[in-house]
Design a protein around this ligand. Structure first.
Ligand code: FES
Ligand code: FES
Length: 166
């Protein structure tokens, strides 16, 4: 039993473009690994049951809730945390600029979920309707904004991203 508890697994991850080789407990969540071992504190700890979305990251380009993802299942994947949305000098991406300029956040606790769900939505659907935005953001809860400013932020992001590509 003692041996089992002491078992570790070796995984390789690319996080925000940087390679990491890590020896971890098989039971550690991706959220705990990111926050406690690697200091990516922008990935927020909320409900810990997969409901609030505060812990959202991208795994191989798709949104995932890191609190319910076992890190040991993830060898050789690309992970993007909210720190990876800005560039190396800290300049905000067009997506982040839109949320900033339209007051898309108040406390910002929901920011990882809202930003990554928006990124995923706009990659598939660059010009979403209000209803499509509401459906896309359903996986993350916001206690502050009443959601109207979030819808404005997503629409502004759609324009901003489209302008940055033209
Ligand atoms: Fe992961 Fe709430 S902390 S979904
Ligand atoms: Fe506070 Fe969304 S801005 S939870």
């Amino acid at each position: 039993m003692e041996d089992l508890l002491e078992d570790t697994v070796l995984i390789q991850l690319r996080i925000n473009g940087k390679y990491h080789e890590l020896e971890i407990s098989p039971s550690v969540s991706l959220l705990d690994l990111l926050r406690d071992e690697l200091n990516f504190k922008g990935t927020h700890m909320g409900c810990m049951t997969g409901h609030c979305g505060a812990c959202t990251v991208m795994i191989n380009g798709k949104t995932a809730k890191s609190c319910i993802t076992l890190a040991s299942t993830l060898s050789n994947v690309d992970i993007t945390t909210i720190e990876g949305l800005s560039d190396e000098e800290g300049n905000l991406s067009p997506l982040q600029e839109s949320f900033w300029n339209t007051a898309g956040f108040q406390c910002g606790y929901c920011a990882p979920g809202m930003l990554f769900l928006t990124k995923e939505l706009l990659e598939d659907n660059p010009n979403p309707t209000d209803d499509e935005i509401k459906t896309a953001l359903e996986g993350t809860l916001c206690r502050c904004t009443g959601y109207q400013s979030l819808i404005r932020a997503v629409k502004d992001a759609a324009e901003n991203i489209s302008a940055s590509k033209s």
